[in-house]
Design a protein around this ligand. Structure first.
Ligand code: 5GP
Ligand code: ZN
Length: 141
């Protein structure tokens, strides 16, 4: 896609720090890292989000994430890696080309905002009503 920054990275029109590549995916470092080692994995075929990406590309991205996570853990002695993927402006997706963030917790690195939210018990009736709404939506296609 012409104006897509990640398509430009795939084509080599914008530089990136690549860590892994195969026929279907590219992994490279995020230039605004939440923690040292913050990497992104993207499909080479443009798709804006989880709704658009093909099953094959989705599988390729997530298979690659196992490899890249292993590299991050080994290289940086990470004690954990958060895999985060945003869909839509409402959850602050900024680049509209599917990407999986791999964000490690490294020794001496910051605690990750994506994995340190406060646990607040929910209302079970409300949770159940919401679950029923979602499963009905799924049944109705
Ligand atoms: P999201 O869309 O999930 O909010 O995040 C987009 C991510 O892409 C951000 O973490 C941002 O730092 C990263 N990003 C935006 N532009 C570039 C770029 O030109 N190169 C690289 N490597 N990362 C980018
Ligand atoms: Zn793109």
């Amino acid at each position: 896609m012409e104006d897509c920054i990640f398509c430009k990275i795939i084509k080599g029109e914008i530089p990136s720090f690549k860590v892994y590549e195969d026929d279907q995916v590219l992994a490279f470092m995020d230039i605004n890292p939440i923690s040292p080692g913050h990497a992104l994995i993207i499909p080479k075929n443009h798709a804006a989000n989880l709704a658009e990406i093909s099953d094959g590309d989705l599988s390729a991205v997530h298979r690659a994430s196992k490899k890249v996570m292993g590299g991050i853990e080994k290289a940086l002695k990470a004690s954990g890696v958060a895999c985060v993927q945003l869909n839509g402006k409402g959850v602050n997706q900024v680049v509209m080309h599917y990407h999986l963030h791999l964000i490690p917790k490294v020794p001496g690195g910051p605690d990750l905002p994506v994995s340190t939210w406060e646990i607040i018990p929910g209302d079970m009736d409300e949770i159940n009503a919401t679950a029923e709404k979602i499963s009905a939506a799924l049944k109705n296609g």
